[in-house]
Design a protein around this ligand. Structure first.
Ligand code: UDP
Length: 238
């Protein structure tokens, strides 16, 4: 067996992943499953950073379309990601994975504030770093956070976990015949308006040449396969 092809990776988990089969909240069993998947990669000696979403609890855009002030709603969305971060931390530490949660919105009793150099130090010491509260700014997404933090900490790849097997020409949940792409360029994704990550997140990756691998989290061992350089999902690059 060959070793990992990446030394430091950024894993993006959407809030949806934490809810499991229900559409809302946190399913502890599902979080334990995700923790196990991360554990496998951690055991290979790969440095793992994680950005968690919050869509299973609160989405700023959805609330603002129902009349809430967008910035206030977005701050609520960012706080929602902290709940997911703490749930993941708990599951990881239960199975012996050392972790730190860093939040972009300070709450000292709960987590460390985001400090780039400290995050890198944690990774070097073999701790999984979970980034919570997005970028700390409204009008952004946790996908953009993943791109931004990946650049800041020098991650070599973004592993974007989803509920489908990769990027399709149209939604495979709706169109069963939709074609899956094995590889795409950032420009293809932007031009075809494929729903992978928002345009800000893709543009950041494009400008800084960080590849993105979009894969199905529900298939056991997929994170490890991606890290070992095996073909999983769809790869987006320049
Ligand atoms: N959010 C924000 N700024 C950020 C990241 C997130 O305002 O930098 C808010 C936004 O309201 C978003 C919510 O947090 O709807 C949850 O994040 P996101 O929708 O990206 O989570 P996911 O879709 O990955 O579950």
């Amino acid at each position: 067996m060959t070793g990992p092809v990446y030394r430091r990776v950024m894993l993006k988990l959407s809030g949806e992943a934490f809810a499991g089969t229900s559409s809302f909240g946190i399913d502890p069993q599902v979080v334990d499953y995700i923790a196990e998947e991360i554990h496998e990669v951690y055991e290979l000696g790969v440095q793992v950073a994680v950005v968690v979403g919050g869509g299973n609890i609160f989405r700023g855009l959805a609330a603002s379309s129902r009349g809430m002030d967008r910035a206030s709603a977005d701050y609520m969305g960012m706080l929602a990601t902290v709940l997911n971060a703490l749930a993941l931390q708990d599951s990881l530490e239960k199975i012996g994975v050392f972790t730190r949660v860093q939040t972009a919105i300070e709450m000292r009793e709960v987590a460390e504030p985001y400090i780039r150099r400290k995050a890198i130090r944690h990774l070097e010491k073999g701790r999984v770093v979970i980034f919570a509260a997005g970028t700390g700014n409204p009008f952004f997404t946790t996908d953009t956070t993943a791109s931004l933090r990946a650049m800041e900490i020098g991650a070599e790849v973004i592993l974007k976990a989803t509920k489908v097997d990769g990027i399709y020409e149209s939604d495979p949940m709706v169109n069963k015949k939709a074609k899956k792409f094995d590889e795409l360029t950032y420009f293809d994704v932007l031009k075809k308006q494929l729903k992978v990550m928002d345009a800000t997140a893709i543009s950041l990756c494009m400008d800084h040449r960080i590849p993105i691998i979009v894969f199905n989290l529900k298939r056991k061992g997929n994170i490890k396969r991606a890290v070992l350089g095996e073909k999983v999902g769809t790869k987006v690059r320049g």
